[in-house]
Design a protein around this ligand. Sequence first.
Ligand code: COD
Ligand code: ATP
Length: 209
Amino acid sequence: MTRARRIGLTGGIGSGKSTVARMLAQRGACVIDTDAIARALTLAGGAALPEIAARFGPEMIDSQGALDRARMRALVFGQPDAKLKLEAILHPLIGLETERQAQTADPAHPVVFDVPLLVEAGARWRRQVDRVLVVDCSEATQQARVQARSGWPRAQVQQVIQQQASRAERRAAADASVVNDGLALDELAGELDALWMLGFFGVPAAARL
Ligand SMILES: CC(C)(COP(=O)(O)OP(=O)(O)OC[C@H]1O[C@@H](n2cnc3c(N)ncnc32)[C@H](O)[C@@H]1O)[C@@H](O)C(=O)NCCC(=O)NCCS
Ligand SMILES: Nc1ncnc2c1ncn2[C@@H]1O[C@H](COP(=O)(O)OP(=O)(O)OP(=O)(O)O)[C@@H](O)[C@H]1O
């Protein structure tokens, strides 16, 4: 049997990474979601909270004892230094938890790492995966999706987009990409099925669909 392949799944905010990750999980992939890990680390009692409180001040912790995400979002996407400071606390912890989850993954199934900042991280992430799958879409679509899903103001979505890799940078890093623009969900699923059948996820022929 072919060894389980490690796929890095990435894309800009609102591109549809989580949607693609869910579809891949339905097809048998083991999905490791770095946004979810970051959230768990910053819930009440989370491992990152003491250092966040020490470095950003207790006002960053809400009344439930968790990270005040809206407050931190407003700070870090407006101030590059603050974003680097937060990343310096969270990224090593995210890396450890990601690796821990990967070690427990069933070796018979592809492992999909859902990593928004895979391209931004350069070789640090690239060397950990065998293939990179990019979910691509226009900025207008990103805007519309994030505003509809999260209700963030347009300017805040724009700030995040500007601090992420460009579409061209992501496409240059891609071994395959899915253009999730104007696609119905079943069409998106069809694109993933086609990649699966082509062996992009490295599963042996007998295990395909
Ligand atoms: C700033 C925070 C508190 C905002 O939380 P919030 O719940 O509003 O957003 P959420 O975590 O769901 O992220 C939404 C999207 O924002 C983008 N984003 C998040 N962090 C970053 C970052 N450091 N740089 C660029 N884009 C980012 C991603 O596209 C992500 O999918 C949170 O995103 C965070 O803790 N970020 C730092 C950790 C990190 O770098 N996460 C990325 C996964 S490695
Ligand atoms: N092809 C599609 N058709 C309809 N809705 C879609 C499609 N793709 C994504 N969406 C919707 O767009 C929103 C953003 O998608 P998703 O959460 O998968 O993106 P993401 O890249 O994981 O976002 P983030 O970077 O913010 O975590 C969700 O509400 C999702 O249901």
